[in-house]
Write a protein that binds this ligand. Structure first.
Ligand code: SF4
Length: 371
């Protein structure tokens, strides 16, 4: 059964009502049971769980220590193009925004990559707008083949592709796929994606399935927090993550928690997510999915990132630039959104170490697959 089929059994308003109906007893049960279910997730996301956030945080912390130890995996995004055929209302790369557009040449990509490598990173995330004419699959395959010499893990956060295209990227050395549904609410999805290929909800929803079928070792999903009710988005993301973990058990499933940031176009989130809600969301996911990677990016401010880290975070970006050429080129293009944590990778690593954790720059080697 595909996820597109499975999700049909879940109505947005009914899920919201189920969350709002949860009681303190439901939350206690969810907190102290050994094996948690989707229904427990609803309890942990509910307003009834708010008085239990401290308990959730302590349990989430203990669970993370048991499963992952005190390590934080570091990664950096490399933006290769800010051209885009879509018009997502919340994004600086929206095709209607008058910004400086740029697609990096393969030589420029390598220059950026070497700068990122020299900062210490061995895991890299290639990011681009949806511009298949400017950055076709063959472009990413060539880049990945060159990056293999520098990086032990290459992930992509680019436009959705079909399974065969994903297979060719995997053969070229890409091992991770990040694709956010942005919002599982169909009505909101259509409103904020009014034009372009991205307005196809189902095509996007099925992307992690195509990635899992193709064989990506890492699958990363999430929603863009602020577009809709975070509690219900959390429930649907949890449903999706459970499905992916069962269906593509060979892949490591991770969840990201990106909150909307200021960007060209001036989109204002209709459902702002405050810090406490973000913490509740992260704890709820750690308790539901002890084995999932949980990712927090430089969208979040320094102090908050420090505080969220022990709750269940396993991966952090640092020193990110969100424009093509932003690391090393003088003439870099406009960015996708403003980052918040502007610390250097070295400073973030120092914070991690001083918290008693270990920053891990490399936790994987392609040689493992040959072994
Ligand atoms: S979110 Fe992605 S697809 Fe949408 S406008 Fe931005 S870069 Fe393009």
């Amino acid at each position: 059964m595909s996820f597109a089929y499975k999700i049909k059994g879940y109505n947005w308003d009914a899920v919201k009502s189920a969350i709002l109906a949860k009681t303190a007893d439901d939350v206690r049960r969810a907190l102290y049971t050994d094996i948690r279910t989707y229904n427990d997730l609803l309890a942990l996301l509910s307003p009834a769980a708010e008085p239990f956030i401290e308990d959730m945080a302590q349990q989430a912390h203990r669970t993370t220590l048991r499963r992952f130890g005190k390590i934080i995996q570091m990664y950096a995004p490399l933006y290769v193009s800010n051209k885009c055929v879509n018009s997502c209302l919340y994004c600086g790369f929206n095709r209607t925004n008058k910004i400086d557009r740029k697609t990096l040449t393969e030589k420029e990509v390598m220059q950026e990559a070497e700068t990122i490598y020299n900062l210490g990173f061995r895991h890299i995330l290639l990011v681009s707008g949806e511009a298949p004419k400017d950055v076709p699959v063959s472009y990413f395959c060539r880049i990945a083949q060159s990056l293999n010499n520098l990086f032990s893990s290459i992930s992509i956060e680019i436009y959705p592709m079909d399974t065969e295209e994903y297979k060719s990227l995997i053969q070229s050395g890409v091992d991770g796929l990040t694709v956010y549904q942005e919002t599982y609410n169909r009505t909101t999805y259509q409103q904020v994606h009014p034009a372009g290929k991205k307005s196809d909800y189902k095509w996007r929803l099925m992307t992690p399935d195509r990635g899992g079928t193709a064989g990506f070792r890492r699958l990363n999903i999430g929603t863009l927090l602020g577009l809709s009710d975070w509690r219900v988005e959390g429930a649907f993301t949890g449903l999706h993550a459970i499905y992916l973990m069962r269906q593509y058990w060979q892949s490591l499933v991770s969840i990201s928690f990106p909150r909307l940031r200021p960007a060209t176009g001036g989109y204002e989130p209709e459902y702002p997510v405050n810090d406490s809600a973000l913490a509740q969301l992260i704890c709820a996911f750690r308790l539901l999915l002890p084995d999932a990677g949980l990712v927090i990016s430089t969208r979040e401010p320094e102090q908050l990132r420090n505080n969220l880290m022990p709750l269940g975070i396993t991966q952090m970006s640092a020193g990110s630039r969100t424009s093509p050429g932003g690391y090393s080129l003088e003439a870099h293009a406009d960015n996708q959104f403003e980052i918040s944590d502007i610390r250097s990778p070295e400073d973030v690593a120092r914070m991690i170490t001083s918290s008693g954790y270990e920053p891990v720059w490399k936790d994987w080697d392609k040689a493992f697959l040959e072994g």
